[in-house]
Design a protein around this ligand. Sequence first.
Ligand code: C2E
Ligand code: MG
Ligand code: MG
Length: 832
Amino acid sequence: MMQTLNDQKLLRLIRYAPVVIIGVVTLVISLVLIKGNQARSEARLEALRSEVIEIQKETIRQHVNRVIQEIDYHRALAEGQLKRQAKMRVDEAHAIATNIYSQNAHLPEDVVTEMIADALRPIRFFDGRGYFFVFKMDGINVIHGLKPEIEGNSGWEAKDSRGTSILQEHIRLIAESGEAFYRWWYSKPGYPKDQEFEKIGYGKYFAPYDWFIGTGEYVDDVESDIQQHLLDWVTSYQYGDDGYVFVLDEEGKLLAHPHREYLSQPLSLIQFGGGQDIWERFQAAAPQGGFVEYQLIFTDDRQKLSYIAQIEEWGWTIGTGFYLDDFERYLDVKREEVAMLQRQEWMRLTLAIGSLAFAMIAFSLLLSMQVSRRFGRFQEKIAAHFNQLVQTRDQLQQIAQKDVLTNLPNRLMLTETIQQGIEEGREKGLHLAVVFVDLDNFKRINDIFGHSTGDELLVAVSERFDFLLEDDDLVARFGGDEFVFCFPNLKSFQAAERKIRRIKRVFDTPFKVGGRLVTTGCSVGASMFPADSDSAEVLIRNADIVLYKSKAAQRKGEVFFYSAAINEEVQYAFQMQEQLKQAIERNELFVLYQPQVDAAANEIVGVEVLARWENSKLGFVPPDKFISAAEEAGIIHQIGMWVFRRACEDVLSISPNGENALKLSVNISPAQLNEAEFATDMLAVINEVGIDIDRLVLEITENILIHDLTEVAPMLHSLRHLGFGISLDDFGTGYSSLSYLNTLPITEIKIDRCFVDKLLVSDQSDSLIKAILAIGAASDFSVVAEGVETKSQYVKLKSYGCHFVQGFYFDKPLSLELLQARLEKTVSYPAL
Ligand code: C2E
Ligand code: MG
Ligand code: MG
């Protein structure tokens, strides 16, 4: 069972362990990958962050540079434009003057001059600031669009604030090549006198009157146009979602900004968080171009990173920036995107690992299932084989525990049941009886009717026995014709006795076997727990001992319970049998001869052979005892033959065959008569020894003879036929029926000594003896009176006509030597 349990665990392990291992490994790998992935994403995000910041920074730097380029370009363009326009205007004025002159050349110079002056004087350009002036090459002003009052005056000596003689220089350049650009510094209307502004001018020589026509423009006026134009442009400059460029003047006032309300405001009025001096930081960064990070309070403390540069010529500081939180927001979006990507990647990864794991798990599951299934099959096979074995074992056990013929439990199961009953009895304080039952005459039934009938009888008996059983009772076939009952849980000996009587009553009704009715009986022996033993084996043995004793008691039908005395008795009997088996070879047996006397002649005519046994352990054992022991031990034949041979030899040695030869009476046990070879063996001895057969008388006990009459009758006849005399021993103790006497080949009757004993005191004995003697006289058999001890007995027997007597009165059983002496009359007869 333990084994199976372990196997099942192992089976589960085989089935699920790989799956669990793969699952765990997959999980670990996934975690590691995901962790790595997360770290990578984090790094990527960080990289992205700095990258995006860099890009953004680059973007704003480019925007600033672009604005600066634009401004530079327009600034450079302004001067050229100015010059071009100035020249264009002067060329127009020159054309006008030339035209007027050519149409009026016939008119005097002053008239023509006035006509030209009228034409040129009102012309304005450059947003109304521009006008023409005409000088004679000697410095006399001819026409002045702005100040006609100085016409006619010489401007030859006029110098600008930097000491340059403006007109002289001017005229010199024009005289060289007919036309020229020039620069000078000059005051400006609406501005203090001492403040001068740079001007660019152009002049062209007018040959008819030795003039030059010129014009000029304040450079800064043009530039401020351009500046205003550029600032407008910058203000509306936009990029990205809300990118703008701001411009500050050299005092830090805002010149361009999408929030127009801040324009002309100093930076300090725009609040910055943390009390930063932004202007200073702008100024520090501007010359080389640099980034400044700061907080703008009016945008809710948003952190801004700006690129600051400058246009030195105009003293402008230009910048643009971006809100870092915008960027963070952007980054958040990016992060979200990355997270999304990551999630997708995870999903892909999870899917990949999952499907891989699934495939592996499925594969390993398949594999382990296969293995476990095979394992299971093996296990099943083993279990099946095991079950088969168990079944076979059970069957064997059953076979081992059941008797094949009667189907009753056999002795194996009996022992177990008894042992269990003992345990139970011990707990409950109850008795248990073991009853040994042996069928009477079973051997004979077997011999006469055949073994199959014997078997049938056993089956029939066992069925009746089985029918007797109550509750926990059990009957087992112990072997042969032996049965053993186990009666557990008995309250008393009486209960056991009642049950035993019921067993005996089973045999009151004959058994119908082999087509005939058979009557039989049984012998019973019982032992009890706890009185006799608490071991099943001992109880059975004790019951067997009682049975033995019961059988020995000659089927008196008495129930015997085990007792120490019986045990001792039976033990003694067993011991006797054991010793007896070696009696012949140990030379412990010997024979005595009791003479039989012819009453009339007062002569010894014969002797009865009486066996004697003296054992070293048991001492002298009476023949009654050892003869029956030999019968039970199955050695009566050997002992009988030994006695017979010895007697024949002895008697022949002292009394040769012939007319006066002594008769020899030999006691024969019925067991010997059952021996098929008996007659042959006896003849062989007779022939070997050489004694005449008609000297020999075989004494057979009446009691036993009558009992086994039918069986022994044929043997008796053949023995008689061979020539043996047949003597009916112990006559009167048996059935005392004379009816069979005619059917048997009897040659002699021996009146038992109990009658002789009571001859003088009992009329019954007296009349019996008389009757026997009368029959003997009428028939052809002789009568011997045994146990004659007194003279009066002898006299009475003699008076009744008894021919032969035997007894202590004449002789006790004698050794051969004494017998010989008796025969030779060296020993005297009792006085008659
Ligand atoms: P049994 O055949 O009746 O033998 C006669 C018995 O009576 C003998 O006893 C004998 O000693 C005894 N006896 C003879 N005269 C007197 C007497 O005056 N008074 C008394 N009280 N007893 C007397 P034993 O030798 O003890 O033999 C007993 C029985 O043993 C015999 O009875 C016989 O049946 C049997 N037996 C003896 N030897 C053999 C033998 O070799 N073979 C067989 N099968 N049985 C034997
Ligand atoms: Mg006898
Ligand atoms: Mg006798």
